[in-house]
Write a new protein. Structure first.
Length: 611
């Protein structure tokens, strides 16, 4: 309704002036005056800057685009109405709650800029905006943060706390990508927690803000600078200085010299704490030069107070007084800067004591008492301490409320919960019983299989011991081993892809049994002796005609002489068939083609000597 009234009022005002001009023109009086007035009105209405409002496109983009233009709000009430006129015209014909809420926020922020203090118009419009939107929406969270920052910026910290806590509750329920302007939102939350002394929370929020801030932007430089301030408050001067310098370089690169001055002033704080007073003074002077050049009055005040403090330390009272005068000009003009005014008066008191100025000391003490009383309920350390305690208590209460709600929910569903628990207990018991039973069966089957294979191996080993050691008995023995090796290899492959794989991984008994079938040095020695006895002609000729043959070559030659295949030989020696082929190729290269053919003919001439 208020939006429609403003739009109608604007149209009526134009009509009235045009009508008045027509009457005067008809009478022929003051024509020139009304021409100037009329053209001034037309010029301001038609050509003055106004908010850019596009109705088409993505809804989120539309809202964020409107919000992003908050920085361009005029500092004049008439121009502010004109600037927002595209929105008033749109809302006079359309029911759009979200755009209407943004309009009220912009109007509230505009009046806060114009009046430069907390005021009823801004409060009223902020509250209207917050009441319009959905209680758990991302837009509601952003509006609460905006309202909280307005209260925070003008030092009504107590009221800002409740607003911020409500905003945080909504933000926690949102996924990060849904948060509106996350860099600004997290930044403002960080500043609030830093002000009340919760530096860990402040740094956490500011680090979130840095992730979303554009790389080469004033905002990123600002966030880096303020993160450094909170590290300094935690006595982490190294990380503080690291952030200050990074912010300074970025500010210089993008031409934000006000921010550059602030980073120099903050570096002066580190230098002061390190006892480098003269270096700190030099940095603060540079800060003030930048702040005065670009009319950053509040920063000029802060830097001047700190500079005065350092001059007092150096007993340079004349310069300290000049710095305090510069700071006081701004501090005394703003009702919300009582805390800074108190710092100025404290320094004046210290100077008066040093100079023995009884009258000055008395005036300073009286003013200090008055400011302390004012700050007791506004922006003093005791208030911030109470807010810190209140903030912690609110966090605890929120957790307590959540716990109570959860408890009531559990009570309401207690019977179902108990039944489900009983069912789960039964299912778990049965599952455990069945699992253990299956496990026991698998273990028994595994043990039985290993035992069976072990018995076969033992029987085979005993048979060769008891039998006469001839090549024929050895051949049967080796072929039996091959069968055992093939079976064990198959069993191991199958068990590895089965649910019983853990048994072999844990015990490794099948693999150990497989390894025991390989031809050991002892087995090889026995086999070679049998060959020397049972087929001495072949053995002696082999060594005499082919002295290049190594012990490794000899193994597969003698086994091949028994008509064992490459696969059977590789099983017994525990190597691959490919390794045997390569060994033969190396021997062929060593002997040459003719002598290697002679060796092959010798091996193939007779499989076994008749016995």
């Amino acid at each position: 309704m208020a939006v429609k009234v403003i739009a109608i009022f604007g149209v009526a005002k134009k009509a009235f002036l045009i009508f008045g001009f027509s009457i005067v023109l008809a009478k022929g009086k003051f024509v020139f005056f009304y021409l100037i007035l009329l053209f001034s009105l037309i010029f301001r209405s038609g050509f003055s800057q106004s908010i850019q409002f596009t109705r088409s496109g993505d809804r989120t983009f539309l809202i964020e685009n409107l919000i992003g233009q908050k920085k361009d709000l005029p500092r004049d009430s008439v121009r502010l109405v004109t600037y927002l006129q595209p929105l008033t015209q749109y809302l006079s014909t359309t029911e759009d709650r979200e755009v209407e809420a943004v309009y009220y926020i912009l109007l509230a922020s505009g009046y806060a800029n114009i009046l430069d203090r907390i005021n009823n118009t801004s409060d009223h419009n902020y509250q209207k905006a917050i009441d319009i939107v959905h209680p758990a929406s991302a837009l509601k969270a952003w509006m609460l943060v905006e309202y909280g920052f307005y209260l925070y910026d003008f030092r009504n910290i107590s009221k800002a706390q409740n607003v911020y806590l409500n905003a945080i509750e909504i933000i926690k329920s949102l996924s990060p990508e849904k948060i509106i302007m996350p860099d600004q939102t997290y930044k403002k939350l960080g500043y609030f927690f830093g002000t009340i002394g919760d530096y860990e929370e402040a740094i956490t929020y500011l680090e979130h803000a840095i992730r979303y801030a554009p790389q080469k932007s004033n905002l990123r430089a600002e966030i880096l600078d303020n993160t450094g301030i909170y590290y300094l408050a935690k006595k982490d001067t190294s990380r503080a200085m690291e952030h200050f310098r990074e912010a300074e370089m970025l500010a210089h690169e993008i031409g934000d010299f006000v921010r550059k001055g602030k980073t120099l002033g903050n570096q002066a704080l580190v230098l002061r704490d390190r006892g480098q007073i003269n270096e700190a003074i030099a940095f603060l002077k540079q800060d003030i030069v930048y702040s005065e050049r670009y009319r950053a009055d509040r920063n000029t005040m802060y830097a001047s107070i700190l500079l005065a403090e350092l001059y007092v330390r150096n007993s340079n009272i004349k310069e300290a007084k000049l710095s305090l005068e510069r700071a006081e000009r701004y501090a005394s003009s703003k009702v919300y800067l009582k805390k800074s005014e108190k710092e100025i008066v404290k320094l004046r008191l210290e100077i008066a004591i040093r100079e023995g100025d009884i009258s000055g000391e008395l005036l300073a003490r009286r003013r200090l008492d008055g400011l302390s009383n004012t700050l007791q309920n506004w922006d003093g350390e005791s208030v911030l301490q109470q807010i810190r305690i209140s903030s912690d208590r609110n966090k605890f209460n929120q957790e307590l409320v959540r716990s109570i709600e959860q408890y009531h929910h559990e009570q309401l569903s207690k019977r179902v919960f108990i039944i489900i628990c009983l069912i789960l207990v039964v299912v778990i018991f049965l599952s455990t019983y069945i699992y253990k039973r299956k496990l026991s069966i698998k273990e028994r089957n595994y043990d039985a299989m290993v035992a069976d294979l072990q018995r076969e191996k033992t029987a085979m080993d005993q048979k060769i011991v008891q039998a006469s050691e001839t090549l024929l008995t050895y051949k049967g023995y080796l072929l039996g081993k091959n069968q055992q090796i093939d079976r064990l290899t198959t069993e191991i492959d199958q068990i590895r892809i089965s649910s019983s794989s853990f048994l072999e991984e844990k015990n490794g008994r099948l693999q150990a049994l497989l390894d025991s079938h390989l031809m050991t040095e002892e087995n090889w020695g026995n086999f070679k002796r049998t060959y020397q006895v049972d087929n001495p002609i072949f053995y002696d000729r082999l060594l005499t005609d082919f002295p290049e043959i190594t012990e490794s070559n000899l193994r597969y030659i003698l086994l091949a002489k028994l008509d064992l295949s490459n696969k059977e030989i590789s099983n017994l020696l525990g190597i691959t068939s490919e390794a045997i082929k390569k060994s033969r190729q190396r021997l062929k290269k060593k002997l040459g083609l003719i002598r290697y053919q002679e060796l092959s003919n010798l091996i193939m001439s007779k499989a076994l000597v008749d016995s």
